[in-house]
Design a protein around this ligand. Structure first.
Ligand code: TYM
Length: 338
């Protein structure tokens, strides 16, 4: 296992275990992580600290944190080559999160789209954590001196804020943090809801959302019902402005098959949406089938998963501790005598 003292660049990302992993998480993020392991020093975690910014059922949160780990591995993240851990097991995240709160401005946090979106959906629980969430995310990234953060399009704004905070801190105290860059895929960075193709796919809209663990028949049904377009053209053509539903399905099909948009247009020329929608569903079913089966197999072996997240937390802590020690010194804390 490599660490940050080697020449390899560092990749880091996380997903909140606040719901089951869905196709957006897979195509926008996890799918792209697996192929990075040889070239980069990779850290991926279950962002459970972030999840409690919205009320969770404790038993479900605990179960999903472990099942998300099984799904990471089933998606191709080899635990020997990637450091996989649960965020709350590395307390340095919460500690650096607090410090970075003091270097992140109210105005910056107020501009975050995710905050505006989540606070409008959870009007009865607009808590401080929901607001300061990006400072914790900055801590997640900066603790590991990450070079790149592989995420979907919706996390770009948080990554940019992380850069601003790192630069601000470095300007005040001298070089402390690597300034990271988001790493966003060309296709699949923004998968939209199958029911409302103008909103991003998210767990809060289960009908428009395909979950990695969904049964094949449920996936097929969701794609058959996918909203295409109100036009009468009935023609598979990439036009995100006027045909967002079809563009989204093409995006999904392209991500799972590797086919380019022109190829897809040719493949379905003269066939219409009636043939296209089930074909996309079928391609997704076949992509997700081995992932679901492998996850289920691993979930039956809790001891194995526990071993993985224990090793992961140890490796992550060793790196995180170094950065936090440096930060404590920089801001003026007395060195801990024990
Ligand atoms: P989260 O948990 O909402 O989403 C996890 C990852 O999935 C991507 N994603 C999507 N990509 C394409 N289309 C979609 N519809 C879609 N929905 C989600 C997200 O862009 C993300 O990459 N704040 C983060 C979690 C986090 C994190 C971090 C990420 C916490 N600390 C440090 C990177 C680095 C979040 O809420 O993602």
């Amino acid at each position: 296992m490599e660490n940050s003292t080697t020449a390899k660049k560092v990749m880091l990302s996380g997903i909140q275990p606040s719901g089951e992993l869905h196709l957006g998480n897979y195509l926008g993020a996890v799918k792209n992580w697996a192929e990075l392991a040889e070239e980069f020093d990779c850290y991926y975690f279950m962002a459970d600290l972030h999840s409690i910014t919205v009320r969770q059922n404790p038993a479900d949160l605990r179960r999903r944190s472990v099942s998300q780990l099984a799904q990471y591995i089933a998606c191709g993240l080899d635990p020997e080559k990637n450091t996989l851990f649960i965020q709350s097991h590395v307390h340095e995240h919460a500690e650096l999160g607090w410090i970075l709160n003091c270097y992140t401005m109210f105005g910056e946090l107020s501009r975050m789209t995710q905050f505006k979106d989540k606070s409008s959906k959870n009007a009865e629980n607009i808590n401080g954590g929901l607001f300061t969430y990006p400072a914790l995310m900055a801590a997640d990234i900066l603790l590991y001196q990450a070079d790149y953060v592989p995420v979907g399009e919706d996390q770009k704004q948080h990554c940019e804020l992380t850069r601003d905070v790192a630069i601000r801190f470095n300007n005040l105290y001298g070089d402390t943090f690597k300034v990271p860059e988001p790493y966003i895929p060309k296709v699949g960075a923004r998968i939209m809801s199958l029911g409302t193709p103008t909103s991003k796919m998210s767990k809060s809209d289960p009908q428009g959302c395909v979950f990695i663990m969904d049964k094949p028949e449920d996936i097929a049904r969701k794609f058959k019902r996918a909203v295409t377009d109100s036009d009468t053209e009935n023609c598979v053509r990439y036009d995100p402005e006027n045909k967002p539903g079809v563009a989204n399905l093409m995006n999904i099909y392209s991500s799972v098959t590797g086919k380019r948009f022109e190829e897809i247009e040719r493949e379905f020329a003269g066939q219409g949406y009636g043939a296209f929608k089930p074909a996309v569903g079928e391609a997704v079913i076949e992509t997700l089938r081995p992932i679901r089966e492998e996850s289920e197999r691993m979930l039956a072996d809790k001891a194995y998963l526990q071993q993985i997240y224990t090793d992961g937390a140890k490796r992550a802590t060793a790196v995180a501790r170094r950065t936090l020690r440096k930060v404590y010194k920089r801001v003026g804390f007395v060195e801990k005598p024990f």
